[in-house]
Design a protein. Structure first.
Length: 229
């Protein structure tokens, strides 16, 4: 059976990891079969369109379930470490998780000849950018001060996933009719192509901004929850 008996707390983490690994395998098979059908059927046929849709769902499902499995496996691994090594291991995992999305942002991108200094100055002095950053950081602070995760580093992994989703969806116009998340202070600015080098640069800038606010909010909230701050 794929779904095993649910256990509470840390005792259920190995079972959850196994469940998501199995689901990731199933989604992966679905994606492989569907994309194979896309290759062997006429491009504009109904079978090809349906196969492409289900293949995309399968691919997203495989990615999500794999990430969840790694999430639970990391929890198990860190819990089994000697007590003196646990804090260092959690810091390393939180930092490495924050760095990995930059590989996605700049994969296949050409190097920028010069940083857009003027745009960066406008960006860093925009009240709307700071307002959104403070609000997002405060939400993370509330989460950190009220929610007690099984292991502290899990909150930071969730923050990485949420910020990455916000940045990627926003860069592709998911939060505005104009499709320009980076129209922060200029009325005549044009949408930036997220596949271009400059688009990837701004995705990285927004990711850094939001993730910094999230990490600070979670850290201060955790200190507050523990009565340290």
């Amino acid at each position: 059976m794929i779904f095993e008996e649910e256990k509470e707390g840390l005792e259920g983490e190995p079972a959850r990891a196994r469940v998501f690994l199995k689901l990731a395998g199933l989604y992966g098979v679905v994606a492989f079969v569907c994309f194979f059908l896309v290759d062997v059927t006429p491009r504009k046929g109904y079978i090809s369109v349906l196969a492409l849709m289900f293949g995309a769902v399968g691919l997203l499902g495989a990615i999500y379930c794999t990430a969840r499995a790694v999430f639970h496996l990391l929890t198990v691994g860190i819990v089994k470490l000697p007590e003196r090594h646990k804090p260092v291991a959690q810091v390393i995992v939180a930092l490495m998780s924050a760095i990995l999305p930059f590989l996605y942002f700049f994969h296949g991108a050409e190097s920028l000849p010069d940083p857009p200094i003027e745009e960066l100055v406008r960006y860093s002095t925009s009240w709307s950018v700071w307002l959104m950053t403070v609000i997002f950081g405060y939400i993370c602070y509330l989460a950190g001060s009220t929610i007690k995760p099984l292991v502290p580093f899990r909150s930071y992994l969730v923050a990485v996933a949420v910020v990455l989703m916000l940045v990627v969806v926003g860069a592709h116009g998911g939060f505005s009719s104009g499709g320009d998340e980076y129209d922060y202070d200029s009325r005549d600015s044009t949408p930036i192509d997220p596949k271009s080098s400059i688009g990837k640069f701004w995705m990285a800038v927004n990711y850094t901004r939001l993730l910094t606010a999230a990490y600070l909010g979670l850290f201060i909230g955790e200190l507050r929850r523990r009565g340290i701050f």
